[in-house]
Design a protein around this ligand. Structure first.
Ligand SMILES: [Zn+2]
Length: 287
């Protein structure tokens, strides 16, 4: 709704049998206390050249602008919150950009994974360029590939909630929305040691009840401002061009590591990421 275009990528992915089986859905809220007890592990990589250091809230100094700048915070061993936060107010809509501070900061986000065919390639490219990203994962895929999710987290990327089975949340009852988001929260907490602090509705389609549930589960809703439309497979050069031409301070790039053949998305990242770095852009995670 709030985004001009949609995260339509689900057209190509199949729903697993049993998706409607109801587990006891325990919200994330009860886990937030545990989350706060967890401490960040040592940084996997030192800050890259030119990359500011900005320890997260409660960290030790640093003068870079807000943003988890090129600072890889692994969640290996279950140690490390996704984003510790307290009570989250109900938002009117998902945030489409990072807080603007005029600096060349940009967030890369990948939806619909983890997927064994595409996620590892994206991780390798991000690692090579010391670039943190955010992965909005689908619960069904996490259940199928928990070790792959742990590998993503271990590289210091932010893991966020993209529902359990990728429905339009705004077409669901409040109870079903809570199942979709809460079940994924529970699995992420179980797999990573802490619940997610961010969520993205499939297709960006939030409505008031889903925004309320999102807040109740302790998550902030996040949209995007630069849509690569990679799910249409326009060619890797077109995807790369969309990112390079659309880059703006505080921008949030939407791409995909699941939901279909994402070879173009991987190839495009390999092209645009080093060019973003060369042009002075710093990749950040939302904070
Ligand atoms: Zn999606």
């Amino acid at each position: 709704m709030t985004n001009g275009s949609s995260d339509k990528s689900s057209g190509g992915w199949s729903r697993l049998p049993g998706r409607r089986s109801l587990l006891g859905v325990v919200g994330c809220v009860g886990l937030l206390g545990l989350n706060r007890l967890l401490v960040d592990g040592p940084d996997r990589f030192p800050p890259g050249p030119g990359g500011g250091v900005n320890p997260a809230a409660g960290g030790t100094g640093g003068s870079a602008p807000a943003g988890d700048v090129n600072r890889m915070r692994p969640f290996a061993g279950g140690a490390g919150p996704q984003t510790p936060r307290g009570a989250v107010p109900v938002r009117e809509a998902a945030r489409l950009t990072l807080p603007a501070d005029g600096t060349r900061r940009i967030a890369l986000t990948f939806d619909d994974g983890p997927h064994p065919d595409w996620t590892p390639g994206i991780l390798e490219i991000l690692r090579r360029h010391r670039a943190p990203a955010t992965f909005f994962v689908i619960g069904e895929n996490v259940r199928a590939h928990p070790d792959l999710l742990r590998a993503v987290a271990a590289d210091g990327h932010l893991i966020a909630n993209h529902s359990w089975s990728h429905p339009r949340l705004d077409h669901l009852s409040r109870t079903r929305v809570r199942e979709e988001l809460g079940r994924t929260c529970d699995l992420l907490a179980e797999t990573l040691g802490g619940p997610p602090g961010w969520a993205r509705a499939p297709y960006g389609a939030w409505h008031r009840p889903s925004l309320e549930v999102c807040a109740e589960l302790g998550m902030e809703p996040l949209g995007w401002s630069i849509d690569t439309e990679d799910w249409t497979r326009p060619g890797s050069s077109a995807i790369s061009g969309t990112v390079l031409d659309g880059a703006h301070p505080g921008g949030i790039v939407l791409a995909h590591d699941g939901g279909g053949d994402r070879s173009q998305s991987v190839a495009a990242l390999d092209h645009y990421l080093p060019r973003l770095v060369d042009r002075g852009w710093t990749m950040v995670r939302p904070v």
